[in-house]
Design a protein around this ligand. Sequence first.
Ligand code: PLP
Length: 393
Amino acid sequence: MTSIQAQRVAGGAVSIFGEMSLLAQRHQAVNLGQGFPDFAAPDFVKQAAIAAIGADLNQYPPSPGWPRLRQVLAAQWEREHGRAVDWVHEVSITSGATEGLYALTQALLDPGDRVVVIEPAYDAYLADVRMAGASALPVRLCPPTPATPRWSLDVAALRDAFAQRPKLVLLNTPHNPTGMVLTRDELELIAGLCRYADTLVISDEVYDRMTYDDAVHLPIATLPDMWDRTITLGSTGKTFGVTGWKVGWAIGGAALNQALRQAKQWITFTTPTPLQEATAVAVEHAAAHGYYAQLRAEYAARRDLLRELLTRAGLQPLRVEGAYFISCEVRRFGFADDQDFCRWLIGAAGVAAIPTSIFYGRQDDLPQIVRFCFAKQHATLLAAGERLLRIAR
Ligand SMILES: Cc1ncc(COP(=O)(O)O)c(C=O)c1O
């Protein structure tokens, strides 16, 4: 039979994720591949959802989002960034940041439009660009070197990409999978290129609360003349450790919000009411009770623990400035690529990781880097650490 799948959904990445999960199950591996917490969600978050369902907030909300949540998010932005946000026109709620990405690419891109995608890139980006019929202009980050121990922008490649007048750039900071947090200088460079090429920005900031050491998260939308051309995405799933809720938000210029809403009405139309109300309660509680500082401290402790365990196993972790992943360069293990290394690691150590090659379109000339997730209980990380000693050399 000929393929039943349309070309827009045919792709390789899903099968590698599937293969790794299957292998992990077969070997009863400690799974540090999956990018979500294995610990309980905060009680105030769970109670808020239970209360919302109990209060019968169970019918369709307005399509752009539950007003209370949009108000709370607008107030939070104003508190943190000093710009008044019009919650009616400048904040929309989505079913996870995933829907925000899909709705926006559908709403903004026509076939033939060009989109700058900074690689490695969260796997939805290339898929969303492809499903919109647009063309990706991939620009690879430069991996850390002993002389420059953080990931960095390839400025010449970025300039070349923007010279092609892309309609859109997809940014992600703090970054999955590398843990890079774009600095003010880097953001200013990108903002300058966007103004020069008249390019719109989707800025995926779902890990904005997870930054470490002296890394500072700065939304590109706060830079001069960037508000109207930028839409910033956030996620209840990441911020409150409830990835199964699939509630996200989009904050930015009214025209971009309007475009998003026009697509969203034909995708999900709405996002579950009680989980929107619960997110509003959670965001208010977070600000009043120092939740974000606590979250950052807890994740920093998990990062430090996993970094130490990886080092003890001889894996040489790369620097992490934000998000909840640690990467390791593994070329010296002598495998053909990072996927082979991950297959071997599951069998030899009983630990699952993700090969970062799946975050690239073209597969030539890639670094061999694998990603471990530290959004896990200390017990899980310690169990992984013990198993990783099996491959210590
Ligand atoms: C960079 C990035 N963007 C978006 C998402 C998806 O967010 P959500 O669960 O809110 O749809 C993820 C989830 O892993 C992510 O890593």
